[in-house]
Write a protein that binds this ligand. Sequence first.
Ligand code: IPM
Ligand code: MN
Length: 364
Amino acid sequence: MNISKHNKEMRIAVLPGDGIGPEIMEQALKVTRAVCEKFGHNVVFKEGIVGAGAIDAVGDPYPAETHELCMQADAVLFGAIGHPKYDNDPNAKVRPEQGLLRMRKQLGLYGNIRPVMTFPSLIHKSPLRKELIEGADFVCIRELTGGMYFGRPQGRSEDGNTAYDTCVYTREEIERILHLAYKFAGQRRKKVTVVDKANVIATSRLWRQIAQELAPQYPDIETDYLFVDNAAMRIIQYPKSFDVLVTENLFGDILTDEASVITGSLGMLPSASIGIHTSLFEPIHGSYPQAAGKNIANPIAMILSAALMFEYGFNLLEEGAVIRNAVNASLEAGIVTEDIAEGGKAYKTNEVGDWITNFIKSQD
Ligand code: IPM
Ligand code: MN
């Protein structure tokens, strides 16, 4: 959607979630408020519960009121969900992650956009050699509401000794995500890499067939095909060879965690989920329960998720750029949390958030 200056209210559903979610969200809201003040947007935040906290409160990780709140909003800012008490309990009836999956499905968020970039001041943090990653800049587009995450049947045999999942994709689901990938590539370096396992898996063969059918509709864009195992290797070995990578749900989940290594910290990378209803913006990292309440988590992935919200959610590019500038300035000034401090002084979550907010306020 488009918000033109001074004349419309931006209604943002705020779902901090579990673990470090609330702490990093607080920083993103400060930054968002500062940007809205600067540009004269009227912003209204409405908070909802989700995840383990929502299970504790009402027995449901994605309650109907939270869904309604998201449906009524212009954008959703999401922190993280997950709690260790569920991770090692294979018999838990309800899990925080189910809330996230239902939210994605019910909001129709079929496209998850995960940009992978490097920050000059963090190049040395990556375990990969500088010359391999310097200048790497690509976008992973992960299909988010299909595949094995949602395919049925899923479960166990009666004796409990056999388990099964089902991977399902329809032509419609594959076409819409591929079109999204081409749209992104058209605005970038004009290359799409379709990642599948078409040598083994039937759904992957349908992906590849449909990609081959669609490619001629985009003659100015190069289409490349990679098997996922090979892609996993090339992401690390030749990250600069990618522009837009598009893939199914589970492959995308795995490859984007891998790709975050290029940036140097999982705490840096934001994502946007877009589709049928309200778009949602969230860090790619999880709820980091060990750090919850300690004021040490890196708020940058969450703050950059707010930047993506302005850019993709509201088509307000200048506002997004102001946030990116401020984040870069904080990195250059060394105002960073312990995950990227590397021997230097480690700042607290709220100190990083305050510094970035003040930087935005202080610029003309
Ligand atoms: C992600 C997460 C989720 C996923 C989990 C928490 C269900 O890993 O957003 O990448 O697998 O999609
Ligand atoms: Mn993941």
